[in-house]
Design a binder for this molecule. Sequence first.
Ligand code: MLT
Length: 262
Amino acid sequence: MNKMVYDGYTLYYADQGEGEPVVLLHGFCGSSGYWEQLVPLLSSSCRCIVPDLRGHGLSDAPLGAYSIEQMADDCLKLLDELDLPKVTMLGHSMGGYITLSFAERYASRLNGFGLIHSTGYADDEVGKLKRLKAVSTIQSDGITAFIDGLVPGLFAPETAKSHHELIEKAIEIGYKTPPQGAAGAAMAMRERPDRRDVISASALPVLLVAGEKDQIAPEAKVFTTGHPNITKATIQGAGHMSMMEAPEELAGVIQSFLKRDR
Ligand code: MLT
């Protein structure tokens, strides 16, 4: 892993492959490790830049609430550090919320962007309450109990039965999330605004990927809008974690998006 330090804050990232730069942003309580199976499938034709987001993996996890905007700003700093004028940014779930905030403010730094099992909707009132409950569970029961409760539901029920090792891997990654990082990111997600208009009004090519069996971000929440610049794809059989459940299929979708007519 490489590291970037700015304003006393340290962010770790992987940088692998050659070609068009693609930034992959993981989801809540994940890390760059979420993309481990996908990156080798892309890195013969792309340069994959894969950070551990603020509060996750090896990156610093300051105390207190974070914001999605701040996490997008970390990504901007990373592009500046790497001297990358433009990238394609693809975000998984929470990483998708960050991608939308980035696209809203820094569209000139993007060739295109995509949401993988993510949505432009904000949390509703029930969702906001669940964030507070998540924070209190993390604080009272600890990160391992929280992750044990969270991770199995991220996978399609069939994957949970046939590929238990994938769940174990996601759990192992989740356990490494600093508790204050998980709490800070939960609060960031709670406060994020509705950004469906960033998708519908974007002049950039947009990729929206859903998992057929996703129980967290079902198709209807992912495919909120349509216009000629939007490519939609559903990964059959996958839940919320197609980068682990169906990496070949997801890599195929991403490669077609990158090779689209420009
Ligand atoms: C994620 O995987 O990042 C989460 O499911 C996002 C969320 O809780 O909204």
